[in-house]
Design a binder for this molecule. Structure first.
Ligand SMILES: [Zn+2]
Length: 384
């Protein structure tokens, strides 16, 4: 379960509204983890009275968060309790990947089904405004065909750099040379006067949202801690521990692309030598003007990626490592040497290697993860 539901007792009348909101969100989160529970199941799981659950469920059904399915009438057993589900049709999320020169937007249900998607490019030599403009158009394109009963309740953004949550800004995007950009506020201003005006916007680093996508939109019990490593032009990681993202004091945690793997190794975009990005990133794969990476280059990158994952596993002991990003499309040519390297290190120490899999959302790991970020923030019981 991602977020432990913690029903609280209200100490004062001012706490009542917050308590109610926390219990409403706990109900939604519980049904995301275990769909089909009845009101009695929920009361038991959340330590609430059945009448409280019934009242909250009624409100949440009326508002569009939940739905109830038909009960089965069986002869001997009689009427079974009505199963409740998160409604996948009425309240929707938008997730956007802001990449290097391109944006990708997905429209998803609260449970992570992708309903539509659209992409656009922008010129990386110009200011951030051209990216905001491309993103605004793509967000509006994606929501053009919404039905009358459908409503967008949040927009999530996966950005290619560190995000400072406290100051609500993108701190630094290395490949774009953007510094201290209030990205969410700029987008909010650009959306003013459109059908998406006033919709809540949430932003986070791209690897972080991809990690959240794996844990939020996953109906099976999650692996905790979950470590996601994105390999594309850059290399980044997101870590979810106990249902929370580990983002660091300034939002810069997970910049594992600049962990040094080789002393005096190849020059990295950051100015240092031997960083993971310089050995694994797409620029390391595409050498000497080749059109496609050579098998030898891919195998070498795979071994270094194995070393990086081994180092990260030693630091965090993840229950599961998930790989995402463009490099995953290389398939076994990249993944086989990664697995071999991990196995060798594990065997040498008499341990079993960490569980490794590829992101369930493929190329859309960041965009879907961004939608998951919006859902996560909106249903966080601790928010006032
Ligand atoms: Zn570097």
């Amino acid at each position: 379960m991602l977020m432990k539901a913690m029903p609280m007792k209200a100490e004062s009348s001012s706490g009542q509204a917050q308590l109610k909101r926390a219990n409403r969100m706990a109900l939604i989160r519980q049904l995301r983890v275990q769909p089909g529970q009845s009101r009695v199941d929920l009361a038991h799981a959340l330590n609430l009275t059945k009448s409280t659950v019934s009242a909250l469920a009624r409100e949440l059904i009326d508002e569009g968060w939940l739905l109830e399915r038909e009960v089965l009438i069986t002869g001997d057993v009689g009427r079974r309790p009505t199963p409740l589900f998160v409604d996948p049709t009425r309240m929707l999320l938008l997730g956007a990947q802001v990449g290097i020169g391109h944006v990708r937007v997905v429209l998803t249900s609260l449970t992570g089904e992708v309903l539509s998607a659209s992409s656009a490019t922008y010129d990386t030599d110009r200011e951030v405004d051209v990216c905001i403009l491309a993103l605004t158009r793509t967000l509006l394109d994606t929501t053009e065909a919404l039905g009358e009963t459908q409503r967008i309740i949040g927009i999530g953004l996966g950005l290619p750099g560190g995000v400072d949550q406290a100051h609500n800004q993108l701190v630094f995007a290395p490949h774009l040379d953007w510094h201290h950009v209030p990205f969410g506020a700029l987008l909010q201003a650009a959306l003013r006067g459109t059908p998406l005006s006033g919709v809540a916007i949430f932003m986070q680093n791209d690897a972080d949202v991809a990690a959240l996508g794996e844990t939020e939109f996953n109906p099976s019990p999650m692996a905790d801690p979950l470590l996601l490593v994105l390999v594309g032009e850059g290399v980044g990681a997101g870590l979810v521990v106990g249902g929370r993202l580990l983002t660091g004091a300034r939002g810069l945690a997970g910049e594992v692309g600049h962990m040094v793997l080789q002393i005096d190794g190849p020059l990295c975009s950051c100015g240092r030598r031997g960083c993971a990005e310089a050995l694994i990133g797409s620029r390391a794969l595409m050498q000497q003007g080749e059109q496609a990476p050579t098998p030898a280059a891919v195998a070498k990158a795979g071994r270094y990626l194995g070393v990086l994952l081994q180092n990260l596993a030693a630091a965090y002991d993840p229950a599961c490592i998930v790989l995402g990003g463009a490099a995953v499309a290389l398939g076994d040519a990249l993944l086989a040497p990664v697995r071999e390297t991990l196995q060798q290190y594990a065997q040498a120490a008499g341990l079993s290697e960490p569980a490794l899999r590829v992101s369930r959302f493929g190329d859309d790991a960041i965009a879907v993860g961004a939608a998951a970020l919006a859902g996560y923030r909106l249903t966080q019981p601790t928010l006032g």
